[in-house]
Design a protein. Structure first.
Length: 322
């Protein structure tokens, strides 16, 4: 009998992604197509994002078909399809861009006659991080703390297992600007291409001078990051040094997360901490946290930025439990 796979579909605000997870819990395909953002712009309107997903999905579906039906004739069976339905798990969480993934997933199950599962984009990020860090089997059945740090979230989460998915309690967040937004706003001001994370990290790595001490603002498990944008742009105006400003920006975010992580350790000393989301693909920030805290886990860049791998893994888990 042909081997089976579970399909994950995620249509976030900046990336269309499909993933395949086999019956053993291994990702066998992690396909992505970024949404186009005009030069100098700092994001997309939801209507533009939905249109871009509709354009991207057929090409990704064709790539997925090549994985499902390789030249050697050993075709894979689709056992289930999962998709990101909302940004977070909750009745008030909604973004139109996720409708494109819902339509694609719903169409697929009609053709394949397989179960359909809906998850939140945030659950997918957490699961992808667990998988990439190699601790999915270890942590998925116990409580842990997750940081979801991206363009739309700077969240500290208490994660509890809940059947085939996660029960997520929000412990803390940014009360204004999110970490990924700060990275992109500063990056665009420096002339970088959106999204700016990779280029900003490269600039920061080339700076070897002294960096002004970041004036971070953390209150318990909440933080403020709007000041970062103003401080970074003021520093750029004074110095004209892009490398310095890049290093300052990333260190500001890293120090903020270190301060919050210290408070997490004080409140929940026995729980491991997992860092998920696109901002956490940054090696500089990972190093700041990894050298200060034990029992911490990070994912590789391919599983940190928006991707459907976690959705495929959750789809498999839900089917296995149910």
């Amino acid at each position: 009998m042909n081997k089976g796979v579970y399909v994950g579909i995620d249509t976030s605000n900046y990336t269309t992604s499909l993933a395949l997870c086999d019956e053993d819990g291994c990702i066998v395909a992690n396909l992505k197509s970024p949404l186009p953002v005009r030069e100098g712009e700092r994001g997309l309107r939801q209507s533009d994002a939905v249109f871009a997903h509709v354009k991207n999905l057929p090409s990704l579906m064709q790539q997925m078909q090549q994985v499902l039906h390789p030249a050697d004739g050993q075709s894979l069976r689709i056992l289930g399809v999962g998709y990101s339905a909302t940004p977070r798990r909750g009745a008030d969480s909604y973004m139109p861009c996720f409708l494109a993934g819902k339509v694609a997933a719903s169409s697929m199950i009609v053709a394949e006659n397989t179960p359909l599962s809906a998850f939140s984009h945030q659950e997918g990020h957490v699961m992808a991080a667990l998988y990439s860090a190699g601790v999915a089997d270890e942590l998925v059945e116990r409580d842990f703390i997750a940081f979801h740090i991206s363009g739309g979230t700077t969240d500290v989460l208490y994660i509890r297992p809940d059947g085939g998915r996660f029960d997520i309690e929000l412990l803390g967040t940014s009360l204004d600007l999110h970490a990924g937004q700060a990275v992109d706003r500063v990056g665009v001001a420096l002339g970088l291409k959106f999204p700016c994370g990779k280029e900003l990290e490269t600039l920061a790595a080339s700076y070897e001078g002294k960096i002004p001490k970041p004036r971070i603002c953390v209150k318990g498990l909440d933080c403020h990051l709007s000041g970062l944008e103003n401080l970074a742009l003021s520093l750029y105006e004074k110095t004209g040094d892009r490398e310095l400003v890049a290093a300052y920006t990333l260190d500001f975010i890293g120090q903020t997360l270190c301060e919050i992580s210290t408070e997490v350790r004080r409140r929940y000393p026995a729980l491991p901490m997992v860092y998920a989301g696109g901002v956490m693909s940054n090696r500089r920030i990972q190093s700041m946290l990894g050298t200060r805290f034990h029992d911490t886990y990070f994912s590789e860049p391919a599983f940190s930025a928006d991707n459907a791998a976690g959705i495929a893994l959750l789809c498999r888990r839900a089917a296995t439990i149910n």
